[in-house]
Ligand binder design. Structure first.
Ligand code: NDP
Ligand code: GDR
Length: 343
């Protein structure tokens, strides 16, 4: 079994590589040619020197490289996790986001059609495609209404995956994954920014955490469980589209409170919108402030997904409670901030 994982340097790529190596796969993990490639995640999981892990240079935007990647690896499964995945940046770089996150997957689908149409393909779709709330909770049949260049690019790739399935019989699966977090989450995303900042405040390395929209609600799960769902989709009898989510939603503010508690703070929130602050009850210190520079031009207000189809057809269920996940992340960030490591 040979699998390609595009985006091995990302959160999901690292966890998926660990899972597939455990299952005995030869894993071809792709990384980009940049001035300083950072393999900290696969190092942290202790798989960077695994004999069955092969690191391959690759850029999703290049069709001919996509073709050669499939030819050289003789892959039977391709997990496309690579993307410009930060929603905030997609407003500043809409065309780059469209090229990587939208057209990139098309290059892989074309390469599969040319090299070996039997290759099974996983596309990392997203709850961002639901965008402006059309139904609660969101399921596979909920209408899409993306609210960012990222969401729109992902929606294009989602439909192309279905299109290649229906037009050419390619085993293309689209996983509509809701937010999933872990100690390996990138620092630019809100949960990890919060857990890292709470760790820094606890250790006296930061005074105040500045955030944007505290009212946004998200359905946050544990990334390690979600990559198992990706694998299950490619082992199913037929290709399909599945929602992976926890069916619970919390506001950013609630996650701040949880992370504060895990770091030993008792936070109370006062004020509204730009004037909201988070105060530590015992010391009276302001530890959290809103800074409008983190607001987005358009926001996704509320995401909550029902993963019933994945439960019924793939026997997939999320197990880790958000409070446990949050503690795990805060503890990892305290450990890192106590040392000299920077991630
Ligand atoms: P990350 O941002 O952590 O990882 C993205 C990966 O894509 C990195 O390895 C990055 O490489 C790589 N990449 C970016 N541009 C290119 C390119 N042009 N060519 C090749 N590789 C590229 O994302 P996650 O691991 O969190 O997410 C994995 C996938 O799932 C993404 O597609 C994301 O959009 C999607 N998704 C994520 C969710 C989540 O909550 N985590 C929810 C739903 C969907 P580099 O290190 O060089 O930047
Ligand atoms: P999201 O995740 O946009 O849902 O995309 P992110 O963690 O960036 O934002 C979640 C919510 O928090 C609000 N927010 C802030 N966000 C960031 N990053 N920084 C802040 O300071 C801040 N303050 C408030 C945001 O406005 C937003 O409402 C993630 C990515 O992993 C995508 O790739 C993926 O597809 C979706 O999840 C599902």
């Amino acid at each position: 079994m040979n699998a390609i994982i595009t985006g091995i340097t990302g959160q999901d790529g690292a966890y998926l590589a660990e899972l597939l190596l455990d299952k005995g796969y030869q894993v071809y993990g792709t990384f980009r040619r940049v001035s300083s490639v950072n393999f900290w995640r696969i190092k942290e999981l202790g798989i960077d020197k695994h004999p069955n892990l092969h690191l391959v240079e690759y850029d999703l935007t290049d069709l001919s490289t996509s073709i050669r990647l499939l030819q050289n690896t003789k892959a039977t499964e391709v997990y496309n996790l690579a993307a410009q995945s930060f929603v905030g940046v997609s407003f500043d770089q809409p065309a780059t986001t469209a090229e990587i996150t939208g057209i990139g997957p098309l290059n892989l689908l074309e390469a599969i059609r040319i090299v070996n149409p039997k290759i099974r393909f996983y596309q990392a779709s997203t709850s961002e495609m639901f965008g402006k709330v059309q139904a609660i909770p969101q399921v596979e049949s909920t209408p899409f209404y993306p609210r960012s260049p990222y969401g729109a690019a992902k929606l294009y790739a989602h439909w192309m995956t279905i299109n290649y399935r229906e037009s050419y019989g390619i085993f293309g699966c689209s996983g509509i994954l809701f937010n999933h977090e872990s100690p390996l989450r990138g620092l630019e995303f809100v949960t990890r920014k919060i857990t890292d900042s709470m760790a820094k405040i606890k250790l006296g390395k930061l005074d105040v955490l500045e955030l944007g929209n505290m009212d946004a609600k998200r359905d946050w799960g544990y990334a390690k469980e979600y990559v198992e769902g990706m694998w299950r989709m490619l082992q199913a009898k037929k290709p399909d589209t599945y929602v992976l989510a926890t069916n619970r939603t919390e506001a950013v503010r609630d996650f701040v409170g949880m992370a504060g508690k895990a770091a030993g703070f008792d936070l109370v929130f006062e004020g509204k919108g730009e004037n909201e602050i988070g105060i530590e009850r015992k010391t009276g210190k302001v530890l959290v402030k809103v800074n409008p520079k983190f607001y987005r031009p358009a926001e996704v207000d509320l995401l909550i997904g029902n993963p019933e189809k994945a439960k019924q057809e793939l026997d997939w269920t999320p197990r880790t409670k958000l409070e446990e996940l949050c503690c795990m992340m805060v503890e990892a960030d305290i450990r890192r901030n106590e040392g000299s490591a920077s991630f």
